[in-house]
Write a protein that binds this ligand. Structure first.
Ligand code: NDP
Length: 482
């Protein structure tokens, strides 16, 4: 990587006003590099360049758009091994997950490449004589994309790919914890023959450059993924009738019924709760378990949690990497203390692990004896911590699933078709999983939630066009042929 000290603005790599260090959370002695922090003047240049480039791009033929997006996607897929390793080195997820994420990011681009060719509108007859109506979608304009560190390449891709596919310009502010992935991504986009300034990578902190970006009247739409407080502040800051799409936290529940395959239930819970070190907005942090199978399920869960190999993200055999940062680790340990003080039973894990390298390692933790009013069951922890809630009936379990401010995903493990169907219809979440972990979604269908989890139109699949386009209705008098 050659451009790590730069932002990519107006088609040029430019040095920032200052720099930050990027260290490997598996081994803090490993300095990945120093990365630029753009100033507000640079952001302004990016916004102006984006506006000019978008005018050009919106009238660029769809086959050219198709070619550019397809090439970006194919390069990501071809280089998923190398880029996945870089991602894992700076974010901490095991190498296989890093590689899988980059591969998936490539699939978002190849999917939206094809979507450029599917931009078909509607026609209608007017209620007035000799007038035809043409209804089509147009780009919204300049889109600000603010992405988090937990899926640094995939989240950016599921926003940037549709933004470009539907004819918009992009200002991307990545998370400051994962700048290396962002620069590598931008280096791939740079190779395409796009109007200068169509795609801009503005490195910098959320409080400085991010805040200025969301307040700018030069931005037509903002797509954000991250925490609820920042999402709310973005909604409040965007004063200019800016279109907003927010994907935020959650407190996803997996229901384990007494008619289920308990091995399947344990495997769904372990995967959903501890995959990516629990740092997923779709993580199964609440496990609502029927009393008839509670003890047996908990035994399997604890055995599984204790069997995980926690280690350096790039070490062979590692199943759970470190948490992303010292701040996140401290927050996790604070939640362990909070859970104990609330009266939950810590059955395993929850401590910092000292390994061969100096990283932010934590033992996966299971709390039992929790109830849904505890803060550990109400606040997003983003941690390898699962909380078991014992329940007496399906009805009680469903009530508990829905008793939350959030609503991203939920799941049920059961052999009963009627319960599964009832759950699918009555769980108040944007995604529902039956006999599957709450985490793990496809790229060609909508993703999003309800309540404090999401605001604005859905992301991904064909539904993404709601956010990245605006509708124009044209009335055309057919004229008098005589
Ligand atoms: P944030 O919400 O702070 O960060 C997400 C993105 O927003 C980052 O790019 C960040 O930049 C940027 N940002 C921060 N403040 C502003 C602002 N005022 N204006 C514009 N952009 C801003 O999440 P954190 O990374 O701090 O993580 C904290 C918690 O958030 C986690 O523990 C987890 O609970 C939740 N979270 C949820 C995610 C999800 O997928 N639902 C993803 C990530 C976090 P910068 O990196 O420079 O701060």
């Amino acid at each position: 990587m050659t451009n790590r000290n730069f932002s990519f603005i107006g088609g040029e790599w430019v040095a920032g006003d200052s720099e930050i260090e990027n260290r490997n959370p598996s081994d803090v002695s490993d300095l990945i590099g120093t990365y630029a922090q753009a100033g507000v003047d640079q952001l302004e240049s990016a916004l102006d360049a984006a506006r000019a480039a978008q005018i050009q791009w919106r009238s660029t033929g769809i086959e050219q758009r198709y070619n550019a997006l397809m090439a970006i996607g194919q390069e990501m897929i071809a280089r998923s091994g190398e880029l996945g390793e870089l991602l894992s080195r700076e974010e901490g997820k095991p190498r296989a997950e890093g590689v899988g994420e980059v591969y998936r990011a490539g699939q978002f681009f190849t999917y939206y490449a094809a979507e450029t060719l599917r931009q078909i509108g509607d026609t209608a007859d007017s209620v007035r004589d000799n007038i035809e109506i043409d209804i089509r979608r147009e780009p919204v304009g300049v889109v600000a994309i603010i992405s988090p560190w937990n899926f640094p390449i995939a989240t950016a891709s599921w926003k940037i790919a549709p933004a470009l596919a539907f004819g918009n310009a992009v200002i991307w502010k990545p998370a400051n914890l994962t700048p290396a992935s962002a620069v590598a991504f931008a280096e791939i986009v740079e190779k395409q023959d796009l109007p200068r300034g169509l795609f801009n990578l503005v490195m910098g902190s959320g409080n400085a450059v991010g805040q200025h970006l969301v307040e700018s009247s030069k931005v037509d739409a903002i797509s954000f993924t991250g925490s609820v407080p920042v999402g709310k502040s973005i909604a409040a800051a965007a004063q200019n009738f800016t279109k907003i799409q927010l994907e935020m936290g959650s407190k996803n529940a997996l229901v384990v019924m007494d008619d289920c395959d308990l091995d399947l239930a344990a495997s769904c819970a372990l995967n959903g709760a501890f995959g990516s070190t629990g740092q997923k907005c779709t993580a199964s942090s609440r496990l609502i378990v029927h009393q008839n199978v509670h003890d047996e399920f908990v035994d399997k869960l604890v055995a599984g949690a204790q069997a995980f190999k926690v280690g350096h993200a790039l070490e062979e055999g590692t199943q759970i990497g470190p948490v992303v940062s010292a701040g996140q680790l401290q927050s996790n340990l604070d939640y362990i203390e909070l859970g104990k003080s609330e009266g939950a039973d810590l059955l395993c894990g929850g401590g910092r692990l000292e390994l061969a390298t100096d990283g932010y390692f934590m033992q996966p933790a299971v709390f039992a004896g929790t109830d849904n009013s505890m803060r550990i069951n109400r606040e997003e922890m983003f941690a390898p911590i699962a909380c078991v809630i014992k329940t007496g009936s399906y009805e009680e379990a469903l009530h508990c699933v829905n008793d939350t401010a959030f609503g991203l995903t939920s799941g049920i493990v059961t052999r009963s078709l009627s319960r599964a169907s009832h759950f699918r219809r009555n769980a108040r979440t944007g995604c529902v999983m039956v006999n599957l972990p709450t985490a793990g979604t496809d790229y060609h269908v909508p993703f999003g939630g309800r309540g404090d989890s999401s605001y604005g139109p859905r992301e991904q699949g064909g539904y993404a066009k709601e956010f990245y386009t605006t509708v124009k209705t044209a009335y055309i008098a057919s004229g008098d042929p005589t």
